[in-house]
Ligand binder design. Structure first.
Ligand SMILES: Nc1ncnc2c1ncn2[C@@H]1O[C@H](COP(=O)(O)OP(=O)(O)O)[C@@H](O)[C@H]1O
Ligand SMILES: [Mg+2]
Length: 387
């Protein structure tokens, strides 16, 4: 629990909720106890949890220090989340579409951490048709509840992020229909419609009514093939006449719900999505900027670690472009930067760690003072000098 949350339930909450281990590792056998606490808090306190909201532009600025090349989608996502918090009557179900490694998950994580909102990130592919229906959604809610330090009010105003939702859609392009995927999507309707979800346990005939009407639900997916569906739509509306700037009929170049339905998402599911955000594809320049400027840059991380040991790093600015170009060869966006940069520093780190320090008593001073990276290091990590 952090300072800017005033929890009026705090007096009725046992201090066991402070145990970080309980949060870190979900243990099913603990569940009956936690549920007891859940029920106790719920019945004893009608208190609400008041969260002081930071200024929207401050959150944006802070997120953009980490996330590069996604200014517009970041603003859209922050606005949608603020809308959900400020205008409680508006149920928010967000869909974020973007290639792998464009920053979908990271953007969400950064925003929710800034806002101190409890959340859980669930992988849709883990859920199958098997077992009893509804259990999956219950599990999601339970995870959220735990991440909210078992504070029911916070959990109800929290966020469920469901990743890889596209993997549960029968892809209309190939004409396939994934029946079990549809079942999973249908079971998710409950939380996106804002109805009560009954969370039950195996051990006891307990059931808890969890009101999902203030829950923010965010779906993430790459939706490969959706681009073609959109292109086809745009081409068909264009056929026969040319649209130009003066034309009154303006084509919608965004992803539309009809595209998603064609893709294979059930209509009733798509109908409940109220904001669709499209992430940008990351260019070579974006990847280079991530290395250079992002707070998450792994290159900067290595640089910092070396500096902490008294070693200054020298390199040409072009190195970032070479790393970016190499990373772009795989199709995993910014994710690949980590691999490329790790490779670059492998030998250097080994050499640094295997050489005795000049002043063993002084923690921060290694034998080396200066490390220069050759541009060739991107393909051959012995291309450096250290002294
Ligand atoms: N736009 C971006 N700006 C900065 N770093 C990014 C960006 N996109 C991805 N990354 C980096 O790549 C990693 C993987 O990104 P992630 O958000 O998980 O991608 P996605 O969910 O879109 O597949 C992140 O942890 C982050 O370090
Ligand atoms: Mg992701």
């Amino acid at each position: 629990m952090t300072d800017d949350v005033i929890d009026q339930n705090a007096t009725t909450t046992e201090n066991s909720t402070k145990n970080p281990k309980a949060k870190a590792k979900r243990n099913k056998s603990k569940r009956p106890n936690a549920i007891n606490r859940f029920l106790k808090e719920n019945s004893e306190g009608q208190g609400s949890t008041i969260t002081k909201l930071p200024r929207i532009q401050d959150v944006e600025e802070s997120v953009l220090r980490c996330i590069i090349g996604q200014d517009k989608p970041v603003r859209q996502i922050i606005t949608a989340i603020y809308k959900a918090i400020v205008f409680k009557q508006i149920k928010t179900n967000l869909l974020i579409i973007g290639d792998s490694g464009t920053g979908k998950t990271e953007t969400i994580r950064q925003i929710l951490n800034e806002l101190n909102l409890p959340y859980t990130i669930e992988d849709a592919t883990k859920y199958t048709q098997e077992g009893y229906y509804g259990a999956d959604v219950e599990d999601m809610i339970y995870n959220l509840y735990e991440n909210a330090n078992e504070d029911i009010e916070r959990a109800k105003n929290g966020v469920i992020v469901i990743d890889e939702i596209d993997k549960k859609a029968g892809n209309g392009v190939s004409g396939e229909r994934d029946v079990s995927g549809r079942e999973v999507l249908n079971s998710l309707l409950k939380i996106i419609e804002g109805s009560n979800v009954v969370v039950s346990t195996d051990e006891y005939p307990f059931s808890i009514n969890f009101d999902t009407s203030n829950l923010i639900v965010i779906f993430l997916g790459a939706f490969s093939g959706l681009e073609e569906i959109r292109k086809k739509r745009l081409n068909s509306t264009q056929s026969g006449f040319r649209l130009n700037k003066d034309s009154k009929v303006k084509q919608d170049t965004r992803f539309l719900k009809q595209d998603l339905i064609k893709y294979g998402l059930p209509e009733e599911f798509v109908g409940r999505i109220n904001t669709i955000v499209e992430m940008n594809k990351l260019t070579k320049q974006d990847l280079a900027l991530i290395l250079r400027n992002s707070k998450l840059s792994i290159f900067r991380e290595y640089q910092r670690e070396l500096r902490n040991r008294g070693i200054s790093l020298y390199y040409k600015g072009k190195l970032f472009e070479l790393i970016a170009a190499k990373s772009l060869l795989t199709d995993t966006g910014a994710r690949e930067l980590n691999n490329t940069v790790n490779y670059i520093f492998d030998r250097i780190i080994y050499e640094v760690l295997s050489n005795p320090k000049k002043y063993p008593k002084k923690r921060h001073f290694d034998k080396y003072k200066k490390c220069t990276l050759d541009l060739g290091i991107v393909d051959d990590n012995s291309k450096y000098t250290i002294s």
